[in-house]
Ligand binder design. Structure first.
Ligand code: UTP
Length: 271
């Protein structure tokens, strides 16, 4: 059973500057609700019981958002507004499930994952990248089913326009296990159009095995001088670990770029 999820939130968010010069992008409202709450709701609905946030000192406002009890209690004493009470209760529910760990230097997603090592108890855990929203279907829930069925690690996959493959992690897939699930033979970070083995891209949902930590430990900085989680995954695949690419249902929204962020509000407002 997958009971724990981790969410890396310690990145700089440079593609959303100038907003991110003072604000954590994961708290930016999407149709009136902070982006990270959509991610939390997906986890909770998928049966996750504990969520580990990887933040940095610069992004302490994320912790403050969930630890603002004095403020809420004061307001609720003065103003018995049922809406505020409901919002506070929702935040309290989230708070009970969240642990915070710190990555003060953004050395890459692999390094961020490493910070959670001592808190992971099960054989596998879920990782969600908060820039990647998936609406209309709970991708984490479907991936947990695949994990149970094949006793494997799982990563979300989506077909992208061939011309854009150099922006994504791209899969080389082998055997098809079901209509929407295939064995991953290889993952290539941002290949050229010529070298891309497919147009199936990595999207930010992963079910990872606990032995990923010992692989991350062995890594040297890769592309852009960062420690990439995909490099550790690639090494586990080479050793024979089963990783399944799950072609998810639902609609993908990229909230990490300005156009994508604006569009995500428009899409969610239509639901
Ligand atoms: P990205 O590299 O896509 O996003 O990381 P970013 O660094 O936040 O933003 P840009 O690229 O500068 O615009 C994917 C996810 O991993 C987290 C980020 O917070 C984001 O949620 N991350 C990235 C970390 O937690 N630590 C890192 O060292 C790098």
């Amino acid at each position: 059973m997958i009971k724990q999820a981790i969410i890396p939130l310690a990145g700089l968010g440079t593609r959303l500057l100038p907003l991110t010069s003072v604000f954590a992008k994961e708290l930016l409202p999407i149709n009136g609700k902070p982006g990270v709450e959509y991610i939390l709701d997906e986890c909770i609905d998928a049966g996750v019981k504990e969520i580990i946030f990887i933040i940095s000192d610069k992004k302490k406002m994320i912790r403050d958002y969930f630890y603002n009890d004095v403020f809420y209690k004061k307001i609720l004493k003065k103003k018995k507004d049922p809406r505020i009470k409901k919002e506070y209760e929702k935040i309290l529910k989230y708070k009970k499930m969240i642990k915070f760990v710190y990555q003060n230097k953004p050395l890459g997603t692999g390094d961020a994952v490493m910070k959670t090592k001592k808190y992971i108890s099960g054989s596998h855990f879920l990782m969600l990248l908060p820039d990647d929203l998936i609406i209309k279907n709970n991708c984490s829930k479907s991936m947990i089913k695949i994990h149970r069925k094949f006793k494997s690690s799982v990563m979300a996959s989506m077909s992208v326009n061939k011309k854009t493959v150099s922006r994504w992690g791209i899969y080389k897939l082998s055997k098809k296990l079901t209509k929407n699930d295939s064995v991953i033979e290889n993952v290539i970070e941002k290949p050229s159009i010529k070298n891309a083995p497919s147009n199936k891209a990595v999207i930010g949902r992963y079910i990872l095995p606990k032995n990923i930590f010992s692989e991350i430990k062995k890594l040297r900085p890769g592309k852009g001088g960062e420690i990439h989680i995909t490099d550790a995954i690639q090494n586990l695949i080479k050793k024979g670990d089963l990783f399944v690419a799950h072609n998810f249902k639902g609609k993908y929204l990229d909230c990490g770029t300005m156009n994508g962020y604006i569009n995500s509000t428009l899409e969610i407002s239509k639901l």
